[in-house]
Design a protein around this ligand. Structure first.
Ligand code: NAP
Length: 249
C-alpha cells in the first residue's frame, strides 16, 4: 500500500485527491497556504511551506511517504524543483501531474512573452482597459504601468488594496465559464487581457471570451521546469501508482 504526499493547489490535484480517497490510498494533500479558505478535501490536509528541500525531505521521511505526486500549478517552478530534488534524496517515487500548455486557435490574437517582467514592459504606452487575469501574486509588478484601468480577479479579498491607481477588483473563485467571462470583460469594456499559459480547462474561459470579443491577449509563457517524470491525466497517475512507480518510470 503506498503512502502518498500530494502537492496541490490546482483543480487537477483536487480531482486526484477524490480518486485516491475513493481507492482508500493513504494520502495527505499539501497546500502552500496562499488562499484563505482552501477547497475542502476528502483526504487529510497540511498547509504551508516545508522549509525548502531539506524540510521536504524531512517531512517525507517522518511520514514514511513512498510516493510523491506533484500536482502544483505549472508556474510553481520552485516547488517542482524542490519536489524532484527531495524525492531523489529521500528515495521516494515521484511523478508530476501537469497540464498541456494552451496553444492558439483561429481567432486568437496572442502576443507571447517570456515572463511577468516582459508582460509589464509590453504594457508601455497609452492608457487601456486591461484585464490582469493573473491572480494576486504578481499584480504589484504592474504598478510600473499605472496609466491603465485594470480589471483584477482574486480568490480572496486582499489585506491591502493593490497598488494600481485605477482598478476594479472582483473576488471570485473558478472554474469560470466563457459566458460569464465574456460578460465580465464587456462590462469592464476590456481592451486587452494579460494571462499566464496555465493550460487546463478550469482557467480557459477567459481565452474563449477574449476570442469572442476579438481582444488581444498577452500570454506569459511557462517557466522552465526540471527534468521529471510527468503525466497529464489523473488516470495516468493512478496507472503509475499501480504499475509504473516501482519500475522507476
Ligand atoms: P512556488 O513559487 O513554486 O513555491 C514557493 C514555495 O511555496 C515553495 O518553495 C514551497 O515552500 C511553497 N509551496 C508551493 N506549493 C506548495 C504546496 N503545494 N505545499 C506546500 N508548500 C508549497 O509556488 P507558487 O507559484 O507560489 O504557488 C503556490 C501554490 O499556489 C502552489 O500550490 C500552486 O499549485 C498554487 N497555484 C499557483 C499558481 C501560480 O500561478 N503560480 C496558480 C494557481 C495555483 P517551501 O520551500 O518552504 O517548502
Amino acid at each position: 500500500m503506498p503512502t502518498i504526499l500530494l502537492l496541490g493547489g490546482t483543480t487537477e490535484a483536487s480531482a486526484l485527491a477524490a480518486r485516491l480517497a475513493a481507492r482508500g490510498d493513504p494520502t495527505v494533500l499539501s497546500y502552500a497556504g496562499r488562499v484563505a479558505n482552501p477547497r475542502a478535501q476528502p483526504v487529510p490536509v497540511r498547509i504551508g511551506g516545508f522549509g525548502g528541500v531539506d524540510g521536504l525531505v524531512a517531512w517525507l521521511q517522518e511520514h514514511r511517504v513512498t510516493h510523491l505526486i506533484d500536482a502544483t500549478h505549472p508556474f510553481a517552478a520552485q516547488m517542482h524543483r524542490h519536489a524532484v530534488d527531495a524525492a531523489a534524496q529521500a528515495g521516494v517515487s515521484h511523478v508530476a501531474l501537469t497540464r498541456p500548455a494552451w496553444t492558439p486557435v483561429a481567432g486568437d490574437r496572442w502576443h507571447r512573452v517570456a515572463g511577468i517582467a516582459d508582460a509589464v514592459a509590453a504594457l508601455a504606452g497609452p492608457s487601456q482597459r486591461v484585464m490582469l487575469a493573473l491572480g494576486r501574486m504578481h499584480v504589484d509588478a504592474f504598478a510600473r504601468q499605472p496609466q491603465h484601468d485594470y480589471l483584477l480577479r482574486f480568490v480572496d479579498t486582499p489585506d491591502h488594496p493593490p497598488p494600481l491607481p485605477r482598478h476594479r477588483l472582483v473576488v471570485d473563485r473558478g472554474p469560470f465559464d466563457a459566458v460569464g467571462d465574456t460578460r465580465l470583460m464587456r462590462d469592464h469594456a476590456t481592451e486587452l487581457v494579460v494571462c499566464k499559459n496555465a493550460g487546463g480547462n478550469g482557467a480557459a474561459a477567459k481565452l474563449v471570451a477574449a476570442r469572442t470579443l476579438g481582444l488581444p491577449v498577452i500570454m506569459i509563457d511557462r517557466p522552465a521546469l526540471p527534468a521529471q517524470h510527468a503525466v497529464d491525466t489523473v488516470d495516468a497517475v493512478l496507472g503509475w501508482l499501480d504499475h509504473g512507480a516501482d519500475r522507476g518510470v
